[in-house]
Design a binder for this molecule. Structure first.
Ligand SMILES: [Zn+2]
Length: 224
């Protein structure tokens, strides 16, 4: 079938409610998400990610790829619910051990068990959670938004000055309260995609961010 945004919105509502009825998650924890359809991708079937723009603030999205024209309802559901687990973990401010960590897998198993005829969510590539000091020093930009939550963004080292200038503008416009340029060598950040042109990253509450700073030995380079 040809996937449309309207179709995804309907399936998103459907699975949010059914999985909540099964007692696996709380539908109230879901916040707004923008659903998108994109053409074939070689590397993934779907993705959940957040962007940050001065004009719109934080926008969280789920992208589903039209892998081939005759993709089935079942394949779309498997991918969509996989991304909804990412959305749920992020928007409930839960912390996982990695992208597809212990918490993600627990949700995945519970959902697969509750809907054996309808879903078989998987993880397409193997990710082993890694932590502790690694070889790379990562540049991180921590932001506190005016709405009270925080964002931890890994930056491409060559783009640090550009993002600092952007953060200064966001602070000037009142979109964010404060920001800090930080560094960490923790392997937790090794697999995260670095911001190149736009800010994206982990959304956290302030206490979670403080915990992350301690766990990953994040130290401040510049406080603004
Ligand atoms: Zn995933």
């Amino acid at each position: 079938m040809i996937i449309t945004v309207e179709y995804l919105e309907e399936r998103h509502r459907f699975w949010m409610a059914r999985i909540a009825e099964a007692g696996i998650w709380n539908a109230d924890n879901f916040d707004v998400v923008k659903l998108e359809v994109r053409p074939h991708s070689k590397t993934c079937r779907g993705k959940f990610y957040s962007t940050f723009r001065a004009s719109k603030g934080f926008v969280e999205r789920i992208v589903i790829y039209q892998q081939y024209p005759d993709i089935t309802v079942r394949e779309i559901d498997d991918t969509l619910v996989h991304e909804m687990i990412h959305q749920y973990i992020r928007q409930s401010m839960l912390r996982d051990t990695s992208t597809h960590g212990k918490l993600f897998r627990r949700f995945m198993k519970q959902i697969n068990k509750a809907f054996p005829e309808e879903l078989e969510i998987g993880i397409s590539y193997k990710v082993t959670p890694r932590k502790g000091e690694g070889l790379t020093m990562h540049k991180l930009l921590l932001l506190e938004s005016s709405k009270g939550y925080c964002f931890c963004c890994k930056l491409m080292p060559s783009k640090v000055d550009e993002f600092l200038a952007q953060a200064e503008r966001l602070k000037g416009s009142g979109t964010i309260r404060s920001y800090a340029l930080c560094e960490s060598r923790d392997q937790y950040f090794d697999e995260q995609r670095a911001c190149r042109t736009r800010l994206h990253g982990l959304r956290l509450t302030l206490p979670r961010l403080q915990a992350l700073c301690e766990e990953c030995n994040i130290r401040k380079v510049r406080i603004i």
